[in-house]
Design a protein. Structure first.
Length: 142
């Protein structure tokens, strides 16, 4: 399985390595200009988003795979063409991220009003529901 462990790029004459976190995303600084001021925030990006980053794209990015292989993203440093092998590795890595996040969504319980007993406000089988509370009106006469 060719999963990406890290992505490196050459920035200001020095090779910078960005490692993947446990979910497979990469923490990368992203700079935006808001109201005439530069603001830099760190964002968790997918592998494809990292290599398409405006600065990283022109800095000779390299993928570090789990088997110890290194794969240069753009051959001859030309960012206008993405080789098929690199695209396949990126797609495979990013699809795992999407699949794992869908698993987390499915595991969380979704409450609906249609299913009885699915509401967190319904009683636990005691016959007391959300609206059957003591309000002082006609509760003594039932």
């Amino acid at each position: 399985m060719n999963t990406i462990k890290a992505i490196s790029f050459l920035h200001k004459g020095e090779r910078v390595v960005v490692k993947a976190n446990s979910s497979g995303r990469f923490r990368v600084p992203v700079t935006n200009i808001i109201e005439g001021r530069m603001k830099t925030n760190f964002k968790m990006l997918k592998a494809r988003e990292v290599i398409e980053h405006a600065i990283i794209k022109s800095c000779d990015p390299t993928l570090y795979l789990d088997k110890g292989e290194r794969l240069r993203v753009y051959q001859d440093g030309d960012p206008s063409y993405l080789p098929a092998q690199v695209e396949g590795v990126l797609e495979k890595h990013d699809s795992k991220i999407k699949f794992s996040s869908l698993k987390k969504i499915k595991k969380s319980k979704i409450f609906s009003q249609d299913a009885p007993g699915d509401s967190p406000y319904s009683g636990s089988g005691s016959g007391i529901g959300w609206f059957d509370i003591f309000d002082g009106i006609d509760d003594y006469y039932d």
